[in-house]
Design a binder for this molecule. Structure first.
Ligand SMILES: Nc1ncnc2c1ncn2[C@@H]1O[C@H](COP(=O)(O)OP(=O)(O)OP(=O)(O)O)[C@@H](O)[C@H]1O
Ligand SMILES: [Mg+2]
Length: 333
């Protein structure tokens, strides 16, 4: 199965009164057909802006200033933001769901109206076909009596059911890629896991790929095949899920592993990462994680931000001079 999406050296910036925010600063990643990948990092590290850039959903004061977004062999950044190509890709071939249901669902339209609209637009279905398909989709995501509920409005559903509705909408046009972007306001870990479970089973049935965007590294563990760790607008570690969990190599990844709840560990002690991410308008020339890094060396303090380099493990790479594997006395849960 081939490469479906490849993002190369993506750069997206926002012009603000305080200066230029380099929200996405040279991000490269890919996803293959029928693959599940996780994009993980603390709030404000550029996860959402990266995915919104893929969809060309960046508006002023934001701007994509560089990079390539190759999807099915074509560079999406060569298409007009509001042109017909991007319109057919958004919601059609690439669907993005924000797990904040009220931002994705239109409160004044019934589910049938919202789902049918997409099916008629992207798949050119008739009104009758679209309604039938909308009912099927609601059934697939576990909404009881979908043939009755299809004419309800979003507010008539409980929070959990609304999230299922969003997944149905996201999958409605049989997208090649579903991008699921979690809110910062954490859902409880169990609800999060149930929704991920549902998304996983949906993308498997539809033979789609899934990008899970989250601040919780623990939650993606059992779903993603590969993981990208982001910090301050850059990827700092990437690799197979099993390597990242068994053998994290970047100090930030170790911090994330120690600071988030896991599904498989009860009553664990969470150790937050000390300090705050840097101000993205005033990035130091050195490693952005340096001020918070317990393992920094003289090299880290004097050399520029390191480039990504390969370490042991297929596709395992880090942006770090140190490499945790070579440091003694590191606590990794
Ligand atoms: N419209 C905007 N104007 C100015 N800055 C913005 C805008 N949107 C995003 N940013 C900045 O871009 C950076 C990356 O934001 P982004 O939303 O991608 O973070 P995130 O990793 O998704 O965080 P979260 O986990 O909180 O969703 C942040 O510093 C944010 O303040
Ligand atoms: Mg976000």
């Amino acid at each position: 199965m081939g490469r479906l999406l490849e993002v190369k050296d993506l750069r997206t910036q926002f012009k603000t009164d305080d200066g230029i925010v380099k929200a996405v600063d040279g991000v490269s990643f890919y996803i293959d057909e029928q693959e599940i990948v996780g994009v993980v990092g603390e709030s404000g590290c550029g996860k959402s802006v990266t995915q919104l850039s893929v969809m060309q959903l960046i508006n002023r004061p934001g701007k994509i200033v560089g990079g390539d977004v190759i999807f099915e062999g074509k560079n999406l950044l060569e298409y007009e933001q509001h042109g017909p190509e991007m319109r057919s890709i958004r919601g059609g071939k690439i669907a993005m769901i924000f797990q904040e249901p009220m931002t994705s669902l239109n409160p004044v339209l019934t589910l049938n109206q919202q789902i049918s609209e997409m099916l008629m637009l992207h798949l050119k279905m008739s009104k009758e076909e679209a309604r039938k398909r909308a009912i099927e989709l609601l059934g697939l995501v576990g909404i009881p009596s979908p043939e009755e509920r299809v004419d309800d409005y979003p507010h008539q559903f409980s929070g959990g059911m609304r999230q299922r509705v969003m997944i149905a909408m996201g999958m409605s046009c049989n997208p090649k890629i579903l991008i699921a972007d979690e809110p910062t306001t954490a859902l409880d870990v169990t609800t999060q896991a149930q929704l991920l479970e549902l998304m996983k089973s949906m993308v498997e049935q539809f033979k789609s790929s899934l990008i899970i965007v989250t601040h919780n590294l623990g939650v993606v563990a059992r779903y993603a095949q590969r993981i990208y760790i982001m910090y301050a607008g850059k990827i700092v570690e990437e690799g197979r899920c099993k390597d990242i969990f068994k053998n994290p190599r970047h100090p930030y990844t170790v911090g994330l592993l120690n600071s988030v709840p896991r599904l498989d560990v009860e009553g664990e002690r969470l150790i937050p990462i000390e300090g705050l991410p840097p101000n993205l308008t005033q990035m130091p020339p050195t490693c952005a994680f340096l001020p918070r890094c317990p393992y920094a060396t003289e090299q880290c303090r004097t050399q520029p931000m390191p480039e990504m380099r390969s370490v042991e493990g297929e596709g395992h790479r880090i942006r770090c001079y140190v490499d945790i594997a070579e440091v003694d006395n590191v606590t990794v849960k």
